[in-house]
Design a protein around this ligand. Structure first.
Ligand code: PEP
Ligand code: MN
Length: 375
């Protein structure tokens, strides 16, 4: 059960102390206090764990200071969407809003190879009004002989250039806890010119110790990618590891499933699960068309498959797009062949805008219909 306190109630108030003294005496119930940044205020929530079936919702709601109480199902306790659950699903990080009703584009380098590539990428993003990007510094590779990313050696120039070109959030994969420390240190050395969203890649979706460490820090939001060979339910539980350790700023990423049934695409595109994740949880949903499709193949209509699946994700309500671009694809050290080119960025963004508008019109259309049929 979750008790959502009224906006002005926190540990320093008499109402909180009265509630706390009641909670400590409840048999077989433990509780944890969480702070949640709503759109306007910092809210306090109390998570009750244990034999909560024995507690009456109405009684818990009646305590002064409690705004409302939510009985949660066993599944996805913190990030899940429960009955009568109107807790906020948005969070703001470094001035950028993330939620199930927003859309942010993270176009950028799969892997950072040189300061020149980073600068050309960020300059192009700024010219096209973009404030988010992807920059891979730590690359999990199938072969130990493949380029592993420049790691901490590239962080300072990435962050400095981000500051120069007004980039607010960089999605960056981490595969080990030391990478988080290296990011913190490089941000400090460069004077915090930008923000970072820690990306957990598909190969680490169930690396529970990494999830716990990344979940314990609340400075950086997290993009958790769906595991490529496990069920959706298992990946959603992985997201819950992050939240149960304290970090609720979690975006869930769809990136395709590994199976030859998806051939000739690199993975089987799974964007039909966008509405499913939005129904089951309060997480914003990201799509990665580049790692799903994995080629620059074009249909007879002249549109790239990557752009087609991006549109399929956006029309289904995606909230974030992580997409590989490269200003000099021939020089890319990872995934150059699937990267979109800088000159394709304006068309990509315009396509996304068109489809997002169509999605918003669809929501209006179906809202009327669902009110009429009552479900
Ligand atoms: C990536 O986004 O760079 C990446 C490696 O993706 P994934 O973990 O989905 O394979
Ligand atoms: Mn890649």
């Amino acid at each position: 059960m979750i008790l959502v306190l009224k906006p002005n109630i926190d540990e320093s108030t008499r109402e909180f102390q009265r509630l706390e003294s009641h909670l400590v005496n409840l048999p077989n119930i433990e509780f944890r206090v969480h702070k949640v940044q709503g759109r306007e205020q910092l809210l306090t929530e109390i998570y009750l764990i244990g034999n909560t079936a024995a507690l009456a919702l109405d009684e818990m709601k009646s305590f002064p200071g409690v705004d409302h109480a939510v009985r949660v199902s066993e599944e996805y306790r913190i990030l899940g969407r429960h009955k009568d659950d109107n807790r906020p699903s948005n969070f703001t990080y470094n001035g950028v809003n993330f939620g199930q009703d927003t859309l942010n584009v993270f176009a950028g380098l799969c892997a950072v190879d040189s300061p020149e590539s980073v600068e050309a990428m960020m300059k192009g993003l700024q010219e096209n009004g973009q404030v988010c990007t992807r920059m891979g510094a730590y690359k999990p590779r199938t072969s130990p002989y493949s380029f592993q990313g420049h790691g901490k050696n590239c962080l300072e120039y990435i962050f400095e250039l981000a500051g120069k070109y007004g980039i607010k959030v960089i999605s960056m994969e981490v595969t080990h806890e030391s990478h988080v420390d290296e990011i913190v240190e490089a941000l400090r050395l460069t004077g915090d010119p930008t923000g970072v969203m820690l990306q957990i890649g598909t190969r680490n979706t169930q690396n529970f110790e990494l999830l716990k460490i990344v979940g314990r820090q609340e400075r950086f939001p997290v993009l958790l990618k769906r595991g490529f060979g496990i069920t959706l339910d298992e990946s959603l539980h992985a997201a819950e590891y992050l939240a149960s350790e304290g970090n609720h700023k979690v975006v869930f990423g769809l990136r395709g499933m590994k199976t030859n049934i998806g051939d000739p695409h690199r993975n089987m595109v799974d964007f039909a699960h966008i509405p499913v994740v939005k129904r089951l949880t309060r997480m914003p949903v990201c799509i990665d068309p580049s790692h799903s499709v994995g080629t620059r193949s074009r249909s007879s209509d002249t549109i790239l498959d990557i752009m087609h699946v991006t549109a399929q994700g956006v029309i289904a309500g995606a909230n974030m797009i992580l997409v590989d671009f490269h200003p000099f694809p021939n020089k890319a050290l990872v995934d150059g062949p699937q990267a979109l080119r800088m000159e394709e960025l304006p068309v990509f963004l315009e396509d996304v805008r068109l489809v997002r508008e169509a999605f918003e019109k669809r929501v209006q259309l179906h809202r009327g219909e669902s009110t009429a049929v009552g479900s």
